[in-house]
Ligand binder design. Structure first.
Ligand code: NOJ
Length: 762
């Protein structure tokens, strides 16, 4: 009976009239029967239509080409990716739901990575807030803005653990730590998907890049990953799992190989781990052109072999597809792939569309023509207040000698540096729907905030003078001043000499912290270091504002400065947020989500390393310990570090018990006091060390944190409850266990300076 009803719907009820279609007319029980609905649809599909659903195709903002419309009409495309204005998406959706035989709607996906129209700070910056409400707010607004532009899915969150800052994509991730990234992963998925995924302002999350993309060799993008199972399970896989446990509807498969087998043809990854072990029932999408890249990886000779490998391994949908369309029909005939494998993949695609509410209303997010925005970039579509609120929480104060910051709003400030007036760079790496002229630059932000003072400016240096690099990054991204560097530095020094204080905005252009932007150096590019030396020589107080998407080795430059503020790429409202902190209207509270190494040679340098048999202990002998003899050991700035305009003191840790029995918990409490003159927020961080176990365990691992606000003079006691689940790890047999013995509890305001106590797990 039901089958007949569904069939009738597909052939009659689905026919749209006017610009708003019709599935609203579905009987109410349909929504409760996803599996049945999808099966019914699959039963009506031809092989060609099924394969069509497995293909994702790029859409530009131009009116669609006739060839694309025809392919959609023929049921040859299942989804689009890219950002097109609603009228363009509507035409494409019309072709799918009015012209194609089975009227299956398309879905529209795009890289909404850190904001959409309103650009929020990059993800590495968002992680620096350690503030889950702020991160949720940025994700929710991104979802609202993206869905209002007709998008159904975002290729985010990117939760790859990034421990090699040579990799340009560390800017897109949330840092080096498994626990912090996992917590953020959950928050972001919930923010994107809202209370129900089918809501018109929800977008489906596509967690990426599954798996281990952050561990590419040498930080070279698209490279290989070779990793022990214990490390995978313990350190790199949990954030993907956290995103899926939070309900992420889809997964993007990584471009790298894992222990020699490309992720896109990795049956262990896509079947054993993802489906069987983790029970994921959503959609897998290849990264851009990744099915074809199986040939380059050297696991398939031809497009036919590539398509077969990807399909058999479990790639449901092929982004920017060639070979699924070309090869799957023949492979099905020859038995190279089975009907069941294809049907399974189609099931996932249709299931995702069902969850996004597209069968009920294919125009759910595209909306109706009469409500299309007259100007997609209209100011009224932006969320500036929220962007500023979030952005100022992302800034990390790295140095502040003699309380140089905050500055007064009067007097003369010299603002120097190639990034000070850049509306493009401040948006950061994934901001395709952002408009540079709508960004508040650092110059704009400071200028607006100043009272009677004056802001004088000089560019000071170019970001790179290497023409090969300019060509690589794109001339439109790097606008160089044609003066010689000597002339520019001279001008900057002249300007600096007229000022009471000098602020230098230095760092990297955004194109250097991006996909396909791996670096061999972490130094400030171009002549910026020379510029800083020259500014220092003027004897004026010097403040560095860093704008960058990766940890930089600024050991020498930070020594010359009185204060250093990490501003990352802070988005549309970045300049205002920076001004809030520079002038003290907001007391900085950001903490680094990643270690800053002293030099590129120290990489990898992450706080949760193993102890080794010959650890270097601060203050102890260096010879025959695990460190480099030609540089001070340890990081420049540790994970979790960040100053405030006030100071905090910590009591010793009190444990509720020294003996932890299984099924019980131990409370660790510490009293934090604001001993300065200003109200301020800080992040109290709980680390645990498993002292002796069946395998070596890290010197510390973050297990919890609390961000607290303390008024001047106020104190609060922060309590962390620790139970057996906080002590578990994957042992050599990949069993997730807590082993009895001593555990050290470490609590601090960064990962290095901690108070310590021990308890024993019985
Ligand atoms: C390639 C990138 O690796 C991926 O992260 C992105 O989502 C796709 N391109 C689509 O733009």
């Amino acid at each position: 009976m039901k089958k007949v009803m569904f069939q009738a719907i597909l052939f009659s009820g689905f026919i749209v009239s006017g610009s708003h279609p019709v599935l609203a007319a579905l009987p109410p029980n349909v929504a409760r029967h996803k599996a049945e609905f999808v099966e019914n649809l699959i039963n009506q599909m031809t092989v060609k239509e099924k394969i069509g659903q497995l293909r994702q195709r790029f859409v530009s903002s131009e009116m669609p080409e006739a060839e694309v419309l025809q392919a959609i009409t023929d049921g040859q495309i299942g989804a689009m990716f890219g950002s097109a204005p609603r009228p363009v998406s509507r035409v494409l959706q019309d072709a799918a739901v009015r012209q194609s035989r089975l009227k299956i709607p398309l879905f529209f996906g795009f890289d909404v990575i850190h904001g959409h129209r309103t650009i929020f700070p990059i993800n590495l910056a968002l992680a620096s807030t350690w503030d889950m409400d702020a991160i949720a707010l940025s994700g929710r607004i991104a979802a609202k803005e993206a869905s209002a532009d007709g998008l159904d899915m975002t290729f985010a969150p990117m939760v790859d653990i990034g421990r090699d800052p040579r990799w340009g994509r560390v800017s897109e991730g949330f840092g080096e730590d498994t626990y912090l990234v996992s917590r953020i992963a959950r928050v972001v998925v919930n923010a994107f998907q809202g209370s129900t995924l089918s809501a018109s302002d929800s977008i489906m999350a596509c967690v990426k890049h599954f798996a281990l993309y952050g561990a590419v060799e040498g930080g070279r993008d698209y490279n290989n990953v070779d990793m022990s199972s214990a490390r995978m399970y313990q350190e790199y896989l949990p954030p993907y799992r956290a995103a899926l446990d939070a309900g992420a509807g889809s997964v993007m498969i990584a471009l790298n190989s894992i222990n020699g087998i490309p992720a896109n043809s990795n049956t262990w990854l896509l079947q054993n781990l993802l489906r069987k072990e983790w029970g994921f029932e959503g959609l897998t999408i290849s990264d851009h052109g990744a099915v074809a890249e199986l040939i380059e990886h050297g696991v398939g000779r031809t497009g036919k072999e590539a398509a077969q490998l990807a399909m058999v391994s479990g790639i449901n949908m092929s982004m920017s597809d060639t070979f699924y369309a070309q090869e799957l029909p023949g492979l099905l005939k020859s038995g190279g792939v089975t009907q069941q494998q294809i049907d399974n993949a189609v099931r996932r695609v249709l299931g995702a569309k069902y969850d996004m509410g597209l069968f009920e209303d294919p125009y759910r997010r595209i909306g109706i023509a009469s409500e299309d925005p007259a100007d997609i970039n209209a100011e009224s579509r932006l969320h500036r207040a929220q962007a500023r609120e979030v952005a100022r929480k992302t800034l990390v104060l790295l140095k502040n000698e003699k309380g140089r910051l905050p500055l007064k709003k009067d007097g003369v400030i010299a603002l120097i540096g190639p990034l000070a007036k850049s509306g493009v760079d401040i948006m950061g790496s994934w901001s395709a729907s952002g408009v540079a002229s709508q960004s508040v630059t650092i110059y704009d932000g400071l200028k607006k905030a100043m009272n009677n003072g004056s802001l004088i400016y000089a560019r000071g240096a170019n970001l790179t003078e290497d023409q090969e690099v300019v060509k690589y990054l794109g001339a439109s991204e790097i606008e160089n001043d044609s003066r010689s560097s000597a002339e520019m530095i001279d001008e900057a020094v002249r300007v600096a000499k007229q000022a009471d204080v000098v602020i230098a905005v230095v760092g990297e252009p955004r194109s250097m912290s991006h996909e396909a932007a791996s670096r061999t150096s972490l130094d400030l590019p171009g002549r910026q270091s020379e510029l800083i030396t020259a500014l220092y020589a003027t004897g004026k107080p010097l403040v560095l504002l860093l704008m960058n998407g990766r940890p930089l080795s600024i050991g020498k430059e930070q020594k010359l400065a009185d204060a250093v503020l990490e501003t990352w790429y802070s988005g549309t409202e970045g300049g205002n947020a920076v001004a809030d902190v520079v002038f003290g209207d907001y007391n900085p509270s950001g903490k680094l989500p990643t270690t800053f190494p002293r030099s590129v040679g120290q990489i990898p340098n992450y706080y949760s390393h193993l102890n080794t048999g010959r650890p270097y202990l601060p203050g102890g002998p260096r010879n025959y310990t695990s460190q480099y003899f030609d540089q001070s050991p340890g990081p420049l700035y540790p994970f979790g570090y960040g100053l405030s305009y006030t100071d905090f003191s910590l009591s010793e840790i009190t444990l509720s018990t020294q003996i932890l029995k299984s099924n019980k918990s131990v409370d660790a409490s510490i009293t934090v006091r604001n001993i300065g003159k200003r109200d301020g927020e800080t992040v109290v961080q709980l680390y645990i060390r498993d002292v002796v176990a069946s395998i070596s365990r890290p010197v510390k691992e973050l297990k919890n944190f609390q961000k607290i606000l303390l008024k001047a003079g106020e104190e609060k006691t922060v309590r962390f409850s620790i139970d057996e689940s906080d002590l578990k790890f994957f042992n050599a047999q990949l069993e997730y266990v807590a082993e009895p013995g001593e555990f050290r509890v470490q609590i601090g305001l960064d990962s290095q300076n901690v108070k310590e106590q021990s308890f024993e797990l019985l």
